[in-house]
Write a protein that binds this ligand. Sequence first.
Ligand code: ZN
Ligand code: ZN
Length: 353
Amino acid sequence: MVIKLLCIVSNITLCFLFFILYPLSSVLYPLTLDTRSTIDVRILEIFHPKELTVTTCSDTFSIALVGNSLLVNSAKKTMFFSRNETTIAIKDKIKRTYRGTIKIYALMAELVIINRVSIEHYCASVVGAEMGIASFEAWKAQAIVSRTYLFGNLKRHNQYDFCDLTHCQVYKGRESETDTAKNAVEETEGMFIWDGNKLAEVYYHSTCGGKTANSSSIFKEANESLISVSDSNYCEDSPHYRWEWNLSYADAPFKELQVLKRALDGRVTEIKVHGVKERGWKFRMRIGHQFGWNKLRSSWFFVEKKDTYFLFTGKGLGHGLGMCQWGAKTMAAQGKTCEEILKHYFPKLQARQ
Ligand SMILES: [Zn+2]
Ligand SMILES: [Zn+2]
């Protein structure tokens, strides 16, 4: 009886501890931080490959898409799977090596290639691909921002976590996993950007053009923690600091264009296209899809009608939210630490373990 009673009491105590400590721990350490060690990345989709040469540690396979079927060495299969480091080549286009596992299958007349990779290897590859030549403190800042972005955006795509393009973060497998990138990831291990006790919503972009963006200039719903900061001393060496684009009337998908509203951070927030109002960032994205991302490079632009074309003049490349990569490079070159760089771009947030 006494033993039974003790069991009941200890069970109640355990339940009590569980309900008290579980929510507390999930606030301090969001569940995603300690339960996921790998992520799924869809790779090489941009090439829409129909044929691949896949080399594993034991063999080389020729993989083809015929109709909606997957052929592995000419035999029909539902899936190809490689457990170890794998090299994938698309003839005359690209050859890349990936850590982790590779799964290939056919879906809606496309070859889907999924790379399951450890988070730290993914981060090292992303940091190497995203930062380029820079002082080490800028690499560390990129590692912390990329890691935070990763955990805040798992399952960004329905069937997998991330694509390998700028839509998510640029990922090139082992190719961009440089020693500097690996060191930056190692030295910042476990560091994230926090918004109080919550993992922060963070962004980065190539060049802000002199001032980063307020989130209300880009998104319908503003995040009060993502605010505009002056960056005029830092990113002016970027080739995207100032730009021009001529769009001929013949090529333009509109005849009339009028900027209606501009935010304090310079970005166009409302524009009239053919008499229809559109959000400035949405307009920039639409034009980017149609003409490429290097034409109307940001929503910080001005437009004039010339004889035969629209003249767009603008500042920066990307949405302008959060960390400006060109600015971070200059700050690091001037001797600023990774913490100082992050404090500059995220003044309301905290970088810590
Ligand atoms: Zn994506
Ligand atoms: Zn900048």
